[in-house]
Structures are given as C-alpha cells and as structure tokens.
Write a protein that binds this ligand. Structure first.
Ligand code: SF4
Ligand code: SF4
Length: 456
C-alpha cells in the first residue's frame, strides 16, 4: 500500500454535484479563440492568415522550440483574426480566432497511423508532439519532452488519476466513460518506457472507476496495476504522488525523473492513445462546470478555445450572488475577470462561487499557530516565507526554499489568520526570478562592454 507524504489537508470534496453526471457535448460555439500559448514553453507561431478556411484538427500554430506544442483548430470555419486576445492568464496573447461554419469538417490529413503497435519510440514521440499533447491535468508541460527526456532513465511510470482538487470530476468521468482510451495510452507508455507495469494512482473517493479499471486490466492482461490512495490534498501533486507510490522523495529543485519516475495525467494518457491509434490531435477536452454559483453543474466536452461564458450559459448561467469565477480548482485555480477568455488544454474546471463563501477578511493577521507548517507537503515554513516576501527580503525568501513551493494552497486553506499565503509566494517567486534575470542581463552587458573596450 501507499507511503504517506508529509502534511496535506482534507477539504470537503464537493464532487457529488457532478460525479454521477455523464459527459455532455457543449452546443457548438459561434467562434473559438486559440491562443498560441496553451502550454509551458515557447509560444507557437501562427501558421494561418485572416480569411483562411480551417478544418477540425488542422494545425493553426507551429511549435517554436523543442519545449513547445503545436495548436490546432477545434472547429471548422473561417479565420477572422490573428491578433493578441485576452488569455486566461489575464494578459493578451497572440491568438487565432475562428468563426464557426457549424459543419465540423475534419482535417483531411488526420488518419490513423499505419501499424501503430510496431512503431519505434522516436516515431511515437513525434506523433505525440505533432498532436500537441501537454499535461492535461493543468500542468500543460509538453508530453513529448517528458517522454524524450525520461526514456532510459525512468523505471516507474505513474498515471495520475487522483483528481485531488475539490469539485473537479472531469478525469473521474473520463475514466468511467473512456477507460479503453486511458488504458490504450497506458499500454503505449509501458512500451515506450519498457516497464512491466504502469501504476494507475486513484483516490478512494473514486472506487467505481478503480474497480472498472481493474476489471479491464484483468480482461486485457494490460501491463498496469491500480493503486488506491487515501483521499488527501494534494495527493495528485507529482512529487507527493511519486512518494505515495514508490516511497522515493524527489530532491529539492529536481523533477520526478531524478528518482526514476514519470507521471502522466489520465486524460493525457487518453490523448496519447488518440494520437497514436487514431492520428487525432488535442482539439477538445472535458471541463467540469460547478460551484455554488452555477445553476446546473455539468461535465462538458468542449472545443479548446471556447469562451468561458459559453460553458456557464450551457449550465443555466451563474447565480447573481456570484463573486468569483475560477479556471481550475479552488486550491490552485486562477480567478477570471473576463468571461470571453478561452478555455485551454489544461482547463479541467470552471468554478463559480457565491459571496457567502468569501473567506477574505479586511485585516489578515498571523496568530503564530504554526498550522501552515504542519500541512505544507514540501515541509516549508510558510509563515516565515510570507514575512520575508512582505518585507522584500528576497535573499532570505529564496534561502527559505520558496522556489520549491508547489503553490498547492494547503497553507492558505488552513490559515486561521486568513493570510494570502500562496499569492504572496507566487509574487515572491516572480520577484526572485526577475531579479535573477536582471542580474544575468547586467553581467552579460558588462562582459560585452569589456569585450568591446578590449577590441577598441
Ligand atoms: S497558519 Fe496562518 S496564522 Fe498560523 S502561523 Fe501560519 S500564517 Fe500564521
Ligand atoms: S502553497 Fe507552498 S508553502 Fe503553502 S503548503 Fe503548498 S507548497 Fe507549502
């Protein structure tokens, strides 16, 4: 059975609103906005122009570097703009806007690869790359990079089906309704990494999905094993999950590959199956729309790039007492200010909350209870990090390992003083990284000036 990771919390999961509701297809949107940045890494370059007719699955943005992932049209129709548009991160990002012709014409170049069972690892990795697959659990790291950098180093492959954030049930419903696609991806990963079995990690609040997967694995003699873990947040965080499954701990500043592990979200596994066996790129995803502000919570299958307002409308609209709308879960999600922002490849939920759930107080104050330290899964000291960040003590903040903070929000959740801890750490990390970039630029400029002086 699983090893325990340090800390963590047990918030109410609020999953009952949607975990028994089958996935429904969103009514087609009138237009989609496909940002060139739907992943961690270099943004894509648009490869279509205004006036072009595009089909579903056609590439509209080319990967600009190895750590990047192409983007594809999610509807068919005419390109009406190629320009910066509001992104869910809150800033404008170069985007391709497509007006829907409602014909759903598929891209003619999409066809199943020949002999997918006998393809070598390099070709499978290329298919994954061309399909624009990224971590669909929200991390959005390009999957081909994780595969290419892990082959030969990884002895343990883990499928993350924990879905530990409250409210979200999109992975759960995908496991129940598309287990063959998830297991198809699991088999591809087992072959790629040369492992006898892949660990499918799932929390004990999804036992129906765990049972279904176990039966399928047995029937198909698939190279996989289901590992049921206690429901505890953040069980699905990569480093904590590696420890839960293997007992190994990822060193500070390192990635799971450093301890021989590779972690893939369950929906990412399904996307790998679709790319390798059907030739399909990532154009759609399942999104949970829930929270106290949503009238009819649902799980919706949506084209990537659909404006948030379309999803909320399909769920009966929001309550007029709604004060906050999040993309992602209540612990790690990001507040949205404009409902025209599009959903991305990593958008697993849109949540709306009513005013009576507001926990912010006018004067947050630390009472030195130490609870934040007891729940931090990275064994950090949030109370001190907060003080350093507020005082602008960046050296001390970095020495307190703020860069190891996984921004899980457990400390903010537990804090009786209602301090905005995780927001402060996000800002602190940004300031440290900015300071490092400025120091590097200054050193390079000084070296260049010295070189020019020598030559003169
Ligand atoms: S949990 Fe909040 S109030 Fe308690 S020590 Fe940490 S920051 Fe202070
Ligand atoms: S947000 Fe960061 S500091 Fe707070 S509990 Fe999570 S890892 Fe620890």
């Amino acid at each position: 059975m699983a090893q325990a990771f340090f800390g963590g919390i047990h918030p109410s999961d609020h999953k009952a609103a949607t975990n028994k509701k089958p996935i429904e297809t969103l009514p087609p949107p009138a237009h989609v906005v496909i940002p060139m940045s739907l992943h961690i890494g270099a943004p894509c370059k648009p490869c279509v122009a205004v006036g072009d007719y595009v089909t579903v699955g056609q590439q509209v943005g080319e990967a600009a570097a190895f750590v990047s992932a192409p983007v594809h049209a999610s509807i068919s129709g005419r390109v009406t703009a190629v320009e910066p548009r509001l992104h869910f991160s809150g800033v404008p990002v170069m985007s391709v806007v497509i007006e829907n012709d409602f014909s759903d014409t598929p891209c003619p170049s999409i066809r199943p690869p020949a002999n997918p069972d006998s393809l070598p690892a390099e070709q499978i990795t290329e298919l994954v790359k061309n399909a624009g697959i990224v971590g669909m659990g929200g991390a959005t790291f390009p999957t081909h990079v994780k595969i290419a950098s892990g082959i030969g180093k990884v002895d343990t492959v883990i499928i993350n089906a924990c879905e530990c954030e409250p409210y979200i049930t999109s992975d759960h419903r995908t496991l129940l309704e598309y287990p063959d696609e998830v297991l198809g991806g699991v088999k591809v990963l087992a072959r790629l990494f040369g492992v006898d079995k892949v660990h499918i990690a799932i929390e004990d609040n999804k036992l129906n999905a765990a049972e279904m997967l176990r039966l399928k694995i047995e029937e198909e003699k698939a190279p996989a094993e289901v590992n049921i873990l206690h429901t505890r947040y953040p069980q699905g965080a990569e480093k904590q999950l590696c420890q839960s499954i293997t007992g190994r701990q990822v060193p500070p500043g390192a990635l799971p590959a450093a301890i021989g592990c590779a972690v893939f979200n369950a929906v990412t596994a399904a996307a790998i199956y679709q790319a390798v066996y059907q030739g399909r790129p990532v154009t759609h995803r399942v999104v949970t729309v829930s929270g106290s502000g949503v009238k009819e919570p649902r799980n919706l299958y949506c084209p990537i790039g659909t404006p948030i307002c379309e999803l909320l409308d399909a769920c009966g609209g929001v309550d007029k007492k709604t004060f906050k709308i999040l993309m992602g879960g209540p612990m790690m999600g990001h507040a949205q200010y404009d409902m025209d922002a599009p959903i991305g490849k990593g958008t697993n939920a849109i949540l709306a909350f009513c005013k009576d759930e507001e926990r912010t107080v006018e004067h947050p104050a630390c009472i030195r209870c130490g609870k934040c330290m007891s729940v931090c899964p990275m064994r950090l000291q949030p109370v001190f990090m907060y003080q350093y960040e507020r005082a602008g003590m960046l050296r001390e903040l970095e020495a307190a390992n703020v860069l190891d903070c996984i921004e899980c929000g457990a400390c903010t959740y537990i804090c009786p003083g209602r301090l905005h801890l995780v927001q402060s750490f996000r800002a602190g990390k940004q300031r440290i990284n900015n300071a490092k970039a400025a120091a590097k630029a200054a050193a390079e400029a000084a070296a260049k000036a010295a070189e020019e002086k020598k030559e003169a």
